[in-house]
Design a protein around this ligand. Structure first.
Ligand code: FES
Length: 116
C-alpha cells in the first residue's frame, strides 16, 4: 500500500462517519468475504423529497478491515440524497471516491461495501 493511500485511509478512520446501527432503518444489507472473514452491514433510511424517495441516512458496521471501514464511511456520506437506483448504480471505484485507486488486494474491501 502506498503511503498516500495509507494516509487517506487513516484520515477516514480517525473520523468515521455514520458508524453503528440505524434505528428504524428501511433496509439492511449484509455481505461477507470468506477469504478475509470480513463482514459489513449497511443500514439505509429513506425520505420523500420532491416526490422522490431518496436516502435520508445510511450507516454501517464493519468487523475489522480498515479499508472497508474507510470506504463505507465515504460511501454512506456519498449516497445521501440519492434514490435507491442511483445509489445502486454507483461503482466500486466511485464508492472508494477520494481514497483514489485501491491496490488489487484491497479492491474486494470496496466491493464489500458495494455489495452491501
Ligand atoms: Fe477483506 Fe478488507 S481485507 S474487506
Amino acid at each position: 500500500m502506498t503511503d498516500d493511500l495509507q494516509k487517506r485511509i487513516a484520515e477516514a478512520l480517525r473520523n468515521p462517519q455514520n458508524l453503528g446501527e440505524l434505528p428504524g432503518a428501511d433496509a439492511v444489507g449484509t455481505v461477507g468475504n470468506s477469504d478475509c472473514g470480513e463482514m459489513l452491514r449497511l443500514w439505509v433510511k429513506f425520505k420523500e423529497q420532491n416526490g422522490r424517495k431518496v436516502i435520508d441516512r445510511a450507516t454501517f458496521q464493519s468487523f475489522g478491515c480498515e479499508t472497508a471501514i474507510a470506504v463505507a464511511s465515504l460511501a454512506t456520506e456519498m449516497i445521501r440524497g440519492k434514490t435507491a437506483e442511483e445509489a445502486l448504480a454507483l461503482k466500486t471505484e466511485e464508492l472508494a471516491g477520494e481514497l483514489g485507486p485501491l491496490p488489487p488486494m484491497k479492491i474486494h474491501c470496496a466491493q464489500l461495501v458495494e455489495g452491501a
